[in-house]
Design a protein around this ligand. Structure first.
Ligand code: SF4
Length: 359
């Protein structure tokens, strides 16, 4: 039997072409697109403004592109929910819903595992399995929307994997997420976070992709950065900074530098001084993220020390925000799941109550 076409992940133009190839009128694509992304349909049968015969045929030749939720874990304290989704090849992938005052954010994964092996990161220790297809990325978001029964407001690509090692599919997903005819989350609310794949930073600038760029810097000298992020052997900090500057010059959008603070590794006064030196004069923002204790060798600094480190950065004109992570479980993603406003010493959202396993 020929494989069914997965319609999720096709752009509206591609869907129109496909519909015409089936001998149907073009407007059928617009109907399907709307059902998939704005009404979050889970079957063709739900698409009631499409004639029964067409719906039946759709069921024979096409696939909505659903992934089962294998498990959810909810934080009683923060409302953060981690989802474990089953992929069709037997792998699993995670996404996290992070509710805040007026924001509903989803943190999406772009790969199963990750090949980059950052030493502080749980995903990095898993190794790499494969890239996700755009529809598998979109389905993470739609699973969350279906579950919470509301539209999400923000998207961060900070889950499992390095988004720029899966550039095409991540951009396809981001384009569909921001498509006003579908999910329609503003491109300004979509953040793509990279450890710094230099060629892809330049490519994103050249292609004038409108999404926000975050760079996971985590150290201001090459020795420390190489120790915790092996990718630094390939792209040294100066090269990364040059690419970030190129991105700013091309787009005029400030880059956010993420700095995961790890006790005794990158939180010393000299680290702060180097960071000031490095970023002086560069229009950017800095997010300080106290480390989630996901790998036993590394610890989070105390609240007092985080505040001290933040004060040491004051010579920089850049806004500095301390973001306490809400994704504190080792398997929440790559130790970079974060959300502003998290209170110090809040228990792990994934260690507390609310664990469920949907059938
Ligand atoms: S921090 Fe990100 S890039 Fe590094 S190993 Fe983890 S998932 Fe991969």
């Amino acid at each position: 039997m020929p494989q069914k076409t997965i319609l999720k992940g096709l752009t509206l133009d591609e869907l129109r072409q496909w519909v015409v190839q089936q001998g149907w009128e073009r407007f059928r694509a617009d109907q399907i697109f709307s059902w998939l992304y704005t009404k979050r349909a889970t079957s063709f049968q739900e698409m009631t403004d499409i004639g029964k015969a067409v719906r039946q045929r759709l069921g024979e030749i096409a696939d909505v592109g659903l992934l089962p939720v294998l498990k959810t874990v909810t934080s009683a304290e923060t409302g953060t929910v981690k989802f474990l989704l089953g992929l069709r090849d037997g792998n699993t992938v995670e996404c996290v819903y992070i509710p805040e005052k007026n924001r509903r954010t989803v943190c999406l994964s772009s790969q199963v595992g990750c090949p980059l092996g950052c030493t502080f990161c749980a995903t990095g220790q898993m190794g790499f399995r494969r890239n996700l297809a755009a529809w598998e990325i979109l389905e993470q978001l739609l699973v969350v929307e279906r579950t919470i029964g509301q539209k999400l407001t923000n998207v961060v690509f900070m889950g499992m994997g390095e988004p720029f090692l899966n550039y095409q599919e991540v951009m396809r997903a981001a384009d569909l997420i921001s498509d006003e005819r579908g999910i329609s989350i503003s491109h300004r609310k979509i953040v793509i976070s990279t450890v710094g794949i230099v060629g892809s930073i330049r490519r994103m600038a050249e292609e004038e992709r409108p999404y926000r760029l975050a760079i996971s810097l985590n150290a201001a000298d090459d020795d420390t950065r190489t120790q915790i992020m092996p990718i630094n052997r390939r792209y040294k900090i100066h090269e990364l900074l040059e690419a970030a500057k190129y991105y700013y010059e091309k787009t005029r959008r400030r880059v956010t530098f993420e700095y995961v603070l790890i006790r005794g590794v990158n939180d010393r006064k000299r680290d702060a001084e180097r960071l000031v030196q490095l970023l002086r004069g560069f229009p950017c923002k800095i997010n300080l993220i106290p480390y989630n204790e996901t790998v036993p060798e590394y610890q989070r600094p105390s609240l007092e020390h985080v505040e001290r480190f933040s004060r040491w950065l004051r010579p920089l004109p850049a806004p500095i925000i301390v973001r306490w992570s809400r994704g504190r479980d080792i398997r929440a993603a790559c130790g970079q799941l974060w959300s502003e406003g998290m209170q110090e010493r809040t228990p792990s959202p994934f260690a507390s109550s609310g664990e469920t396993s949907p059938a």
